[in-house]
Design a protein around this ligand. Structure first.
Ligand SMILES: C[S@@+](CC[C@H](N)C(=O)[O-])C[C@H]1O[C@@H](n2cnc3c(N)ncnc32)[C@H](O)[C@@H]1O
Length: 226
């Protein structure tokens, strides 16, 4: 936590700093937009929310915006938040192409509480959990952004995935985070940690999906109280 937070201070000192090269953003965006937002997931979220219409949705680490646009097309009031100006440009263009209005916010996911009002009906976090400063602190930040009674969704690769193919430095970082919760850089969280972290908080209901070998997927409702 301290180490990643410390590193973020240096990056902020560089004007127009973007950790994502434009070519990478374009390639990822192209592949994700071909796949598109998963309709089964959208329908499931819609059920949990009781409809998207008029609901406040935060796409935290929204990247190319395929989910932001899909939520907005279903009538949600969407905020896209991400560190990357390259992705913002792509997502803005996509929103325009699809004729939907989305609010754009650039910054660290961990600092979203400083920039946004913490009253979202849904906070959606897909394939970017590991960029958080630490698993514990980021779980608290994400949870605080959800309004009481609102819904959280997280889908992340876990540290069991391709662990053996990591560099020695990558393996060391993963081991430090897995065993001591010391996070340097962006190791994936250990399988099962996220569910435990959120279950320490006032959660009314949680759906845990470990059906793939690679990812932890959580869908939960924050209690009305607490
Ligand atoms: C693999 S992409 C996933 C994008 C999108 N959520 C999706 O489902 O396709 C990871 C995203 O995390 C963003 N990101 C990386 N570090 C970040 C940070 N510290 N704060 C906010 N966004 C970050 C990147 O700019 C990128 O958009």
């Amino acid at each position: 936590m301290i180490i990643n937070k410390f590193a973020s201070f240096f990056s902020k000192a560089i004007p127009d700093w973007d950790p994502v090269p434009e070519t990478h953003a374009q390639q990822y965006a192209e592949s994700e937009w071909v796949i598109g937002a998963n309709e089964v997931l959208l329908n499931e979220l819609e059920c949990w929310l009781g409809g998207f219409s008029g609901k406040k949705v935060l796409d935290l680490g929204g990247g190319p915006g395929q989910y932001s646009v899909a939520f907005a097309k279903r009538g949600a009031l969407v905020t896209w938040h991400d560190i990357s100006a390259a992705y913002a440009k792509i997502a803005e263009q996509k929103a325009e192409d699809h004729g939907v209005a989305i609010e754009f916010s650039i910054g660290y996911m961990d600092e979203a509480l400083k920039l946004l009002k913490a009253d979202y009906d849904l906070v959606f976090n897909r394939i970017c959990w590991y960029y958080g400063f630490s698993d514990r602190s980021f779980s608290r930040t994400l949870f605080a952004l959800i309004k009481p009674g609102g819904v959280g969704y997280v889908d992340t690769t876990h540290s069991g995935w391709h662990r053996e193919s990591l560099s020695p430095a990558g393996q060391l970082k993963t081991w430090l985070n897995d065993c001591f919760s010391v996070k340097i850089g962006h190791p994936f969280p250990p399988h099962g940690r996220l569910a435990k972290l959120f279950l320490e908080l006032p959660v009314e209901k949680m759906q845990i999906d470990y059906s793939t070998e690679t990812n932890d997927r959580l869908l939960f409702r924050r209690s009305q109280v607490g």
